[in-house]
Design a protein around this ligand. Structure first.
Ligand code: ACO
Length: 374
């Protein structure tokens, strides 16, 4: 018997959702290359694709958009819960709290209702994340305007009128890029919860807990902070030599359990960053990032360690208008769709309680000793 630490190379489900070729750097959702989806689709179209298996026609899309919009509005108790949390709370903690509070605890899974429930939760997701941002920035909480599509409604509820076509396009792309990535730690956590037939909101809460860590969703923050710490392009090499080579710290935003080459999502984020940056400070960070990328690839490329999706995403999120404290939560905002698609697929097609075993390595049987004799 052997333990696979980190469940490395263990397959836990069949899926028709996401295909990754880690050696060739390919990512497809339901057979479509992520690059094509980013170039041509709205987030709503991709959400429909993940939920129903096919891209929608115009009529199907319009009906689905209406379903999403009808649940942008959050129940009052969710808004007041968010507003009562300390402003300095971690944004993912706020997200966990809000999603947990929507759970009725007695959801009955069934194929006809599940997809409606997915659309409802995606609408609520928009209301939750935009209001977390509003609370963090001291604004009065408010429901998103259902006049707008997903990316635009989100940005307008966060940033007011400080929104333009470039920002909406970048947000839409970021939403699509982060939708799904097969079964990383957060999706696996959601699957474990769903295998007990727990309700969808509770599964999402489990996933958020796993997303939080710096080895998973937290890497975008860490990668961006790394660039801030380096400060100038001249300091890239001395910083790299001291921190990465001498002190053996990990280069954040580099490495991946599945990719052994460039993460295709990273290339899209890099393109968006280069296209949209106007601010000089951000331009400086981009230059630092590119120089550090070259050095990282030269040093680690032969070991299959390349930049991942989180390497440039922080620069894009910051250029749109979001602070570091929102980065991982923006990842989670989009990934809610992937979590929902996976748990729905699992429960509907192949539900079986996930209950692995552990190999015992503790002491042999021992005689019990009462407390006054120990
Ligand atoms: N910097 C330097 N060395 C690295 C890095 C890195 N970023 N990543 C892996 N390595 C090295 C390890 O030191 C190890 O070297 P060794 O064999 O000489 O001991 C080897 O590569 C294998 O590393 P593992 O940790 O065993 O590989 P694993 O598959 O578990 O790593 C992980 C994946 C956790 C993502 C890792 O690459 C990492 O810590 N990266 C930095 C954090 C990060 O960017 N996370 C985001 C991932 S993408 C996402 O979640 C959206």
């Amino acid at each position: 018997m052997a333990v696979s630490l980190g469940l490395e190379d263990v397959f836990i489900k069949y899926t028709g959702l996401t295909y990754i070729d880690g050696n060739a750097g390919i990512l497809r959702y339901r057979g479509y290359d992520v690059n094509d989806l980013v170039k041509n689709c709205s987030f709503e179209e991709v959400a429909y694709l993940m939920t129903y298996g096919e891209l929608p026609n115009k009529e199907q899309l319009s009906k689905f958009e209406d379903e999403l919009k009808s649940s942008y509005k959050l129940p009052d108790h969710v808004l007041s819960l968010i507003s009562e949390l300390p402003e300095e709370s971690d944004t993912l903690t706020m997200m966990e709290t809000a999603f947990a509070s929507l759970s009725s605890g007695d959801y009955k899974w069934d194929k006809d209702n599940d997809k409606k429930q997915v659309a409802k939760i995606l609408g609520e997701d928009l209301g939750i994340i935009s209001n977390i941002y509003r609370h963090k920035t001291g604004k009065k909480l408010q429901n998103p305007d259902p006049k707008y599509g997903y990316a635009e409604a989100f940005l307008r509820n966060c940033l007011g009128d400080n929104v333009n076509e470039k920002k909406i396009g970048a947000m839409n792309s970021a939403l699509i890029i982060y939708v799904d990535h097969e079964v990383p730690a957060s999706t696996t956590a959601a699957l474990v919860a769903s295998s007990t037939l727990s309700d969808m909101y509770s599964c999402i809460t489990a996933a958020i807990a796993a997303l939080k860590g710096p080895l998973h969703g937290g890497a975008a923050e860490a990668a961006y902070k790394q660039l801030l710490q380096i400060k100038t392009t001249d300091n890239v090499e001395p910083w790299f030599n001291k921190n990465i080579l001498e002190d053996k710290k990990r280069l954040m935003g580099f490495g991946h359990r599945v990719y052994r080459t460039y993460d295709p999502r990273m290339k899209i984020f890099k393109g968006i960053a280069k296209d949209m940056i106007t601010d000089n400070e951000q331009k400086k960070l981009l230059d630092i990032a590119e120089k550090l990328e070259d050095l990282g690839v030269k040093t680690f490329g032969s070991k299959g360690i390349y930049p991942n999706t989180d390497y440039y995403s922080g620069i894009v999120f910051n250029e749109i208008g979001f602070p570091i404290t929102m980065f991982t939560t923006l990842f989670g905002f989009s990934r809610v769709l992937g979590w929902l698609a996976h748990i729905t697929e699992y429960v509907e097609d192949e539900e079986r309680l996930i209950r692995p075993r552990a190999i015992y390595t503790g002491p042999e049987e021992r005689a019990f000793i009462k407390i006054d004799k120990r």
